[in-house]
Each structure stands twice: as structure tokens, then as C-alpha cells.
Design a binder for this molecule. Structure first.
Ligand SMILES: [Zn+2]
Length: 133
């Protein structure tokens, strides 16, 4: 069962940086009990999935057009924080949107940041990650 380690690894505060607890924020999205209302919410929950180690969630929220057949998370990368820089579209009534963010990480002992503009589309009514611009 994917996500079985989630409870053990769940931090008190949600890793995506909203200031909410994990159970109030990305936790229910990972558990499948709530859907992302906006593209930004989905983006945040996907970042949190990297932090808690939930590749199944990342695959499930990937658009079918671009979804890889499988995904392995690099155990040597540790994610430290997320800054959402801008969101364009992606609202409650939108069908597409982009979210620009910067995620801080340590990989091979080096601290760095991943800066990306992600594109999101609705698929069957649900927000999905399409690709990075
Ligand atoms: Zn969150």
C-alpha cells in the first residue's frame, strides 16, 4: 500500500509552508480524502509529497499526457522549504494555470534551490501537473 509510511514521517507543520498543520493542509490530499481546489494547492501538495516520500501521490496527480510510467524519489535529496513566487490562473473556476516556485534542497551535501514554473491542467475535473515551462 503506497503511502504507508506517511503517518510516521508526517511533520507537525505542513512542509509546504502554509503554516497549517499537515493534517489541515496537504495531508488530506495525500490521503485522497480531499482534492486540490486550486493549481497552487496541488503544487504545494506535490512538494509535500516529495518531502514525506509519496511517489504514488506524485504519479496520481500527474496529467495522463505527460505522466511517467514510474517514479523513484532520490533518497539523497532533502527538501528544506518552498516559496511560491507567483500563481497565474489555476483558480476555482479555471481549467489551467501556472505556479512559479522555488524549493530549497540539500543534495550531495550541497544546498541549492530548484526554481520552476509548473503548468497545471484540469483532467476529469481534477487538477493535474502537466509540465515545467
Ligand atoms: Zn501543505
Amino acid at each position: 500500500m503506497p503511502g504507508g509510511t506517511l503517518g510516521r514521517m508526517a511533520p507537525r507543520r505542513c512542509p509546504c509552508g502554509t503554516g497549517l498543520t499537515y493534517d489541515e493542509c496537504c495531508g488530506p490530499l495525500h490521503a485522497g480524502t480531499r482534492a486540490a481546489a486550486t493549481a497552487e494547492q496541488l503544487m504545494r501538495s506535490r512538494y509535500s509529497a516529495f518531502v514525506v516520500g509519496d511517489p504514488a501521490y506524485l504519479l496520481a496527480t500527474w496529467h495522463s499526457r505527460t505522466r511517467p510510467p514510474s517514479l523513484e524519489l532520490d533518497p539523497d535529496v532533502r527538501w528544506l522549504g518552498l516559496d511560491v513566487i507567483a500563481a497565474d490562473g489555476g483558480g476555482l473556476l479555471a481549467a489551467e494555470g501556472t505556479v512559479e516556485f522555488s524549493a530549497t534542497r540539500i543534495a550531495d551535501g550541497q544546498r541549492g534551490a530548484q526554481h520552476e514554473v509548473s503548468r497545471f491542467l484540469r483532467e476529469d475535473g481534477a487538477w493535474r501537473y502537466l509540465d515545467a515551462l
